[in-house]
Design a protein around this ligand. Structure first.
Ligand SMILES: Nc1ncnc2c1ncn2[C@@H]1O[C@H](COP(=O)(O)OP(=O)(O)OP(=O)(O)O)[C@@H](O)[C@H]1O
Ligand SMILES: [Mg+2]
Length: 349
């Protein structure tokens, strides 16, 4: 049995269903991420595990025992929030020690445990400072130390990096990942940033409108999305317009089109004529060209619809002004298909 399980969780707020039959299983030491758009139920699920709200129906177990029967302050769960939630008038040391207050830890142990937690987040030299004199990234590390000082059985983090600028976010997410692997505490991490989720997680659970769309490793979620929602949310997805141009393209690729299916392709899996890609060609006109150094992003109008094309290490002939004509190459193996419910089907099936 998994370390943490949530089974058939339903959470209603009045008539609104915020969690609609959600089940997850998280292993010991696992870094498990909830990813999805605003309002999909990520915080609601986290708060249900922490005990700040109670499920309408469903079960939660931790290490084999029923967790819903345990009051929140007895669950031994550490939480890190988006807004740091630290006290400005307390030193770094006292902010972290605050987590131990309700636990009646002997005074002699407090110092050791706080310094141990501060060492883990590399703040031991700043123990006496006030938070106001620290950067956002350092303040969030105080939050992390305070969550860890209680030796929690589970660590829950709700968008801990969303108040930080882009560069700090990337630095701190790698630190969080390293610290988590060191302390080896099962962690549920919430984000709506797909790149962050891919970078940091052992497994990702993609949610939409209170439901789970897919659970898998970053590679499975990105490379083998099971629904059109997942493919579009994690990465970019071009869908081919239904009509004669798409039909003709499929025929040239030797694929039979089924009228109920949606055909789609990722921008990096199609290319411009002249590249090494083999496939069927579509004439196009460049609407937008964005040069990013190692990559270029194009928006190209084609008879099968507007397509985003990502070109790695763009060659001279691939650097195109808006208004230029070009040819988009669509390899057969790049195409994905989804049924009317948005579920992935075997190519053409
Ligand atoms: N106490 C509440 N009463 C009524 N509705 C609520 C309550 N808490 C959450 N909701 C609703 O439940 C849905 C899910 O909310 P939740 O906070 O879990 O979303 P989220 O995925 O964390 O979104 P975000 O990325 O914006 O933080 C939302 O539509 C929200 O308005
Ligand atoms: Mg939230």
């Amino acid at each position: 049995m998994s370390y943490l399980t949530v089974q058939n969780a339903i959470k209603r707020f009045g008539s609104f269903v915020a969690l609609n039959d959600v089940s997850i299983a998280v292993d010991k030491g696992e870094f498990f991420t909830l990813l999805g758009p605003s309002g999909c139920g990520k915080t609601t699920l986290l708060r249900s595990i922490a005990g700040f709200n109670d499920l309408t129906t469903g079960t939660i177990t931790l290490d084999g025992a029923d967790l819903r029967a345990v009051p929140p302050h007895r669950r031994d769960i550490g939480m890190v929030f988006q807004d740091y939630a630290i006290f400005p008038h307390l030193s770094v040391f006292d902010n972290v020690a605050f987590g131990l207050k309700p636990r009646k830890v002997p005074a002699a142990q407090i110092k050791t445990r706080v310094m141990q937690a501060l060492r883990a987040v590399r703040l031991e030299s700043m123990a006496e400072r006030l938070p106001a004199a620290m950067s956002g990234g350092q303040q969030q590390r105080i939050g992390l130390a305070r969550a860890m000082v209680i030796n929690p059985r589970l660590l829950l983090m709700d968008e801990p990096l969303s108040n930080l600028d882009a560069k700090l976010r990337i630095e701190l997410r790698e630190e969080i990942r390293d610290i988590q692997k060191q302390v080896n505490i099962a962690t549920i991490y919430v984000t709506h940033d797909q790149e962050e989720a891919l970078a940091i997680s052992d497994r990702i659970c993609v949610m939409s409108a209170g439901r789970i769309e897919q659970i898998g490793t970053p590679q499975e979620i990105y490379g083998d999305p099971q629904t059109q929602f997942v493919a579009g949310f994690v990465g970019t997805l071009n869908t081919l317009e239904r009509g004669p141009a798409t039909e003709a393209l499929l025929v040239r690729l030797g694929l039979s089109s089924n009228p109920g299916l949606t055909w789609a392709v990722r921008p990096e899996n199609i290319g411009l004529a002249g590249s090494s890609m083999q496939g069927a060609a579509l004439p196009g006109k460049v609407n937008k060209f964005t040069y990013l150094g190692r990559e270029a992003h194009l928006q190209v109008a084609t008879p099968a619809g507007d397509l985003v094309v990502h070109v790695a290490n763009p060659s001279r002939s691939e650097i195109l002004a808006p208004g230029s004509t070009t040819t988009v190459v669509v390899p057969k193996e790049s195409l994905m298909t989804f049924d009317a419910d948005g579920r992935r089907t075997a190519a053409g099936g």
